[in-house]
Design a protein around this ligand. Structure first.
Ligand SMILES: NC(=O)c1ccc[n+]([C@@H]2O[C@H](COP(=O)([O-])OP(=O)(O)OC[C@H]3O[C@@H](n4cnc5c(N)ncnc54)[C@H](OP(=O)(O)O)[C@@H]3O)[C@@H](O)[C@H]2O)c1
Length: 180
């Protein structure tokens, strides 16, 4: 069975985590709140939770090490990381490559204001994984604009994974002056 890791998979990406489990992945989900994680892992036998704060380097590295040892290296990683995700992605890559030479896919979920070019230059520097970006935009309606709902975000991320293109935009970013 292929192994997927969803960093931040217990929040707005919960439906994406469940969908990956339905695609026959063994799914490991990172979050801090054990109650939210358990609610998801209770739903499917092929979901397991990794309760860890990704901003704690030692704990994060240990958690990745244990996850790979227990369930094998990752085929696919979906990462929704607050702030600068680059150091966390580098830590993840370093822990993976110490244990496996299997090539994996990273789907990096980015907020509306993220500098996607900067991330391409700073992250896409290794041959161990293929780097994909999924950017969250907003929605313009006749009555005004609004942010994406969790359902729209989760569905958009699923489309991005299935589409397999380097960059996938959920909603719109133009005109930027109309952002909510
Ligand atoms: N269009 C846009 O650009 C855009 C972008 C972002 C968000 N949004 C909106 O904002 C809402 C809130 O988003 P959100 O990201 O704040 O909350 P969220 O939907 O709860 O997602 C955050 C996820 O990351 C985990 N997480 C956060 N910090 C972590 C850490 N230090 N270590 C490990 N896991 C961590 C959370 O789990 P724990 O809490 O258990 O740690 C959760 O699984 C969304 O519903 C969406 O509508 C819109």
């Amino acid at each position: 069975m292929k192994h997927a890791l969803v960093i931040g998979g217990s929040g707005m990406l919960a439906q994406t985590s469940l969908w990956l489990a339905d695609q026959d992945y063994f799914v490991s989900i990172i979050g801090r709140n054990v109650t939210k994680l358990k609610q998801l892992s209770d739903l499917k036998p092929n979901i397991t939770s990794i309760p860890v704060d990704y901003s704690n380097e030692i704990e994060f590295r240990n958690a990745i090490k244990q996850s790979i040892t227990a369930n094998g290296s990752y085929d696919l990683v979906v990462a929704w990381i607050h702030g600068n995700g680059q150091p966390i992605i580098h830590m993840l890559d370093s822990e993976i490559k110490q244990r496996s030479s299997k090539k994996w896919k990273l789907f990096h979920v980015l907020g509306s204001g993220a500098n996607v070019e900067k991330y391409v230059q700073s992250i896409n520097q290794t041959e161990n994984y293929a780097y994909y970006q999924i950017q969250l935009g907003f929605v313009i309606e006749p009555t005004g604009s609004r942010w994406l709902t969790n359902t729209e975000i989760a569905s958009g991320v699923m489309e991005g994974i299935m589409g397999d293109s380097n960059y996938h935009l959920v909603g719109t970013l133009t005109p930027w002056s109309q952002k909510p």
